[in-house]
Ligand binder design. Structure first.
Ligand code: ADP
Length: 373
C-alpha cells in the first residue's frame, strides 16, 4: 500500500502552523522514517496520517485513493506507540487478539492470526504470560504482534523503541526491520534518533521549523545534505560549520585560515562550509603552519576526538590518531582532505568540494554542474 502526502499542513489553532506544505511519496513495502528534533511536528504528521487528528490543509492518499477525511478504521493501518499500551490483566495472546475480537473476527480466524503473529515475534513460549512478567523488549514485541495480527498493510510507529535500554534497542532495530521486510509492510516510523533512521530506513524525511528539510535515502542525506541543519543533524561527531569568505576567484578562506580551492567561481559573499571531523587532517609536526590550538581531548577508543580553536576563535572538532599524545594547548596544523559542503548565508547547499584541493568536485542541490567534474 503506497501513501502520498500532498502539501499537507496542520494548525491546531487557526493561523499557527505546526506543519506546512508537507509532501512525500511512500512506496508500498518501504520503511520510511520521519526524523527531526523534539517539537518539529513528527507525531502531528503521523497522527494526521492515522486519522487521529484532522488534516488542516492538503491531501492524503492511501493506495492512490483520497483518504484525507476517511475515519481511522477505514484507513487499513495499525499503530505502535512508544508506550506499549498493553492491557495488564490480559495475557500476551489475549492482548494480541483484543482488536480482532473487537472487530468481530470469527474465533478460529482470531486464533490463527494470534498464533502466527506471536510466533513471528518469537513469543510463543510466553503467550500465556501477563505483561508484568515480560521484559521491556518482550512487551514491545507484543505491541508489534498486535499490529501484525491486524492484517493491515501499513504500520505507523511513533518512537516504538525509545523506552528500551541501549543494547535491546539495537537488537530490536534489526528484528523490526527483518519483520517488516518479511511481511512486506509499509512502515512510517517516527524517531528523533538520527542513527535509528540511518540504520533502518529506505527513505528519510527530515523535519525542522515546520518544514520538510530533505527527503532521501540515508546515503543521500549523509552525503548530500540540502542545508546546514541536515548536515549537522546527521553524523557523529557532528559536522563542523565554519564561516567562509571568497578570496580570489576560485578560493574560499575558512575561519580566516584554511584555504579551499573551488572547481568553479562562486559569487563574492559570505558562506558557511560544512566539514565532518573525519574530513580534516592534522599534518605531522613541522610540515605545515600551525593554525589551531587543542582545547579538549576525548578518547573514543579507536579514535581521538579533539576540540580545537582556530586563531580567530572559531571552534573545530577533528578526529586524530589515537597513538599520538595530544594535550590541551598544543598547536596543530590542520588541512581539509575530505568533502567540504559549501552553503550560502541562509544555509542552503551550493556546492560540494572533494579533497579540499578543488581537483575533484561534486555538485548537487542548486549547484551548476562543474565543467571538468
Ligand atoms: P514531535 O513529535 O516532533 O516532538 P509534535 O508533533 O508532538 O512534535 O508537536 C509539534 C508542535 O505542535 C509542538 O510545538 C507542540 O507543542 C504542538 N502541539 C502538539 N500537539 C498539540 C495539540 N494537541 N494542541 C496544540 N498544539 C500541539
Amino acid at each position: 500500500m503506497s501513501i502520498d502526502l500532498n502539501a499537507m499542513g496542520k494548525a491546531y489553532t487557526a493561523g499557527t502552523w505546526v506543519l506546512k506544505n508537507v509532501s512525500a511519496h511512500i512506496e508500498s513495502g518501504e520503511f520510511f522514517a520521519i526524523v527531526g528534533p523534539s517539537g518539529c511536528g513528527k507525531s502531528t504528521l503521523l497522527r494526521m496520517i492515522a486519522g487521529l487528528i484532522p488534516i488542516s490543509e492538503g491531501e492524503l492518499r492511501i493506495n492512490d485513493q483520497v483518504a484525507t477525511n476517511l475515519p481511522p478504521k477505514d484507513r487499513k493501518l495499525t499503530m505502535v506507540f512508544q508506550s506499549y499500551a498493553l492491557f495488564p490483566f490480559l495475557s500476551v495472546a489475549d492482548n494480541v487478539a483484543f482488536g480482532l475480537k473487537a472487530r468481530k473476527f470469527p474465533a478460529d480466524e482470531v486464533a490463527k492470526r494470534v498464533e502466527q503473529a506471536v510466533s513471528l515475534v518469537n513469543l510463543t513460549e510466553f503467550r500465556d504470560r501477563k505483561p508484568r512478567d515480560l521484559s521491556g523488549g518482550q512487551r514491545q514485541r507484543v505491541a508489534l504482534a498486535r499490529a501484525i495480527a491486524s492484517d493491515a498493510k501499513i504500520c505507523l510507529m511513533d518512537e516504538p523503541l525509545s523506552n528500551l535500554d541501549a543494547q535491546l534497542r539495537v537488537k530490536m532495530r534489526t528484528e523490526l526491520r527483518n519483520l517488516q521486510r518479511k511481511l512486506g509492510l509499509t512502515v512510517i516510523y517516527v524517531t528523533h534518533d538520527q542513527i535509528e533512521a540511518m540504520t533502518m530506513a529506505d527513505h528519510i524525511m527530515v523535519l525542522h521549523n515546520h518544514d520538510v528539510q530533505q527527503i532521501g535515502t540515508p546515503l543521500e542525506i549523509y552525503n548530500q545534505p540540502a542545508n546546514t541543519f541536515v548536515g549537522s543533524f546527521f553524523g557523529t561527531p557532528r559536522m563542523n560549520l565554519l564561516p567562509a569568505k571568497v578570496s580570489g576567484n576560485t578560493e574560499l578562506t575558512l575561519a580566516d585560515t584554511l584555504l579551499l580551492a573551488l572547481p568553479q567561481p562562486l559569487p563574492v559573499a559570505d558562506y558557511v562550509v560544512g566539514i565532518r571531523p573525519n574530513a580534516l587532517r592534522i599534518l605531522p609536526q613541522g610540515s605545515g603552519e600551525p593554525n589551531a590550538q587543542v582545547q579538549t581531548v576525548e578518547y573514543l577508543g579507536a579514535q581521538v576526538l579533539l576540540e580545537a580553536q582556530f586563531a580567530n576563535g572559531t571552534a573545530v572538532e577533528l578526529i586524530a590518531d589515537p597513538h599520538q599524545d595530544y594535550q590541551p594547548g598544543d598547536w596543530l596544523s590542520v588541512v581539509v582532505t575530505g568533502s567540504a559542503y559549501i552553503f550560502d548565508h541562509r544555509g542552503q547547499a551550493q556546492m560540494m568540494v572533494e579533497g579540499g584541493n578543488g581537483h575533484a568536485s561534486g555538485n548537487y542541490a542548486n549547484a551548476q554542474a562543474p565543467v571538468n567534474a
